[in-house]
Design a protein. Structure first.
Length: 238
């Protein structure tokens, strides 16, 4: 391969070392930036590869002292290493967080989340789920829209994590985001804590936040022994 040289670029907090090909070499710049850990923090190891931030988003977070090729190279390096800018929209703004109290013990709530027949009491018209690592998650949520992914973590009565997306969707395709559900035992029931990350934009976050609010309310009704009634979202395609 070609020899590499080092050059210090930027000023102040933007100072870093650029390791780049010598003149005439067409290789992409490889970067060693001294303050990466000040700017960024690791993405949870539980996440899916698709949750890593887009290179362009990472590049915007880099100090302006770097030229365009340097910033692009750093973006690829950071995204590949599964780091993201602290406080970036991908980390906070594009995450759906939802908590609800359910009047049932964690074991009963876990069953409502993992048993296909019990899932259909509060969400969907068809369900095929295999609650084990790499097991299938497939639910026809409204009778006209299939959510598809695979389980990443299954800790009976305590925690679920599965990839999530929609069949026939280019915006949130199957397995492109991550749903994590923690069940926290409380004296009078269970706190259900849901996090949905990896969504591509604010519009999708808003739509999925509305959807989770709707279906977690129905879950709460069923867990308390009540009939939530027909799903008013039946037939929706978006």
């Amino acid at each position: 391969g070609s020899k590499l040289c080092q050059e210090r670029v930027g000023a102040g907090r933007g100072t870093g070392l650029v390791q780049k090909p010598c003149e005439g070499c067409g290789q992409v710049h490889a970067l060693i930036i001294e303050q990466l850990q000040e700017m960024c923090e690791p993405i949870s190891a539980r996440g899916t590869d698709r949750i890593a931030p887009a290179p362009r988003a990472v590049a915007r977070a880099l100090p302006s002292g770097y030229d365009r090729s340097v910033r692009s190279g750093a973006a690829v390096l950071l995204a590949g290493a599964r780091w993201q800018p602290k406080g970036s929209p991908m980390q906070e703004g594009l995450v759906v967080r939802r908590e609800t109290h359910v009047s049932a013990p964690p074991a009963a709530v876990f069953a409502l989340l993992t048993d296909p027949e019990k899932i259909l009491r509060w969400m969907g018209t068809e369900a095929d789920v295999e609650p084990k690592p790499e097991g299938l998650y497939l639910v026809n949520v409204t009778g006209a829209r299939f959510a598809r992914g695979s389980f990443r973590e299954v800790v009976p009565v305590h925690r679920l994590a599965y990839s999530f997306g929609w069949d026939d969707s280019d915006v949130v395709p199957p397995g492109s985001s991550l749903v994590e559900i923690d069940l926290i035992e409380q004296p009078d029931g269970t706190l259900v804590r849901l996090t949905h990350s990896g969504l591509p934009n604010a519009e999708q976050c808003a739509g999925h936040a509305e959807g989770w609010a709707h279906y977690l309310d129905r879950l709460s009704e069923v867990a308390a022994g009540r009939d939530p009634g027909p799903d008013p979202w039946h037939g929706r395609t978006g």
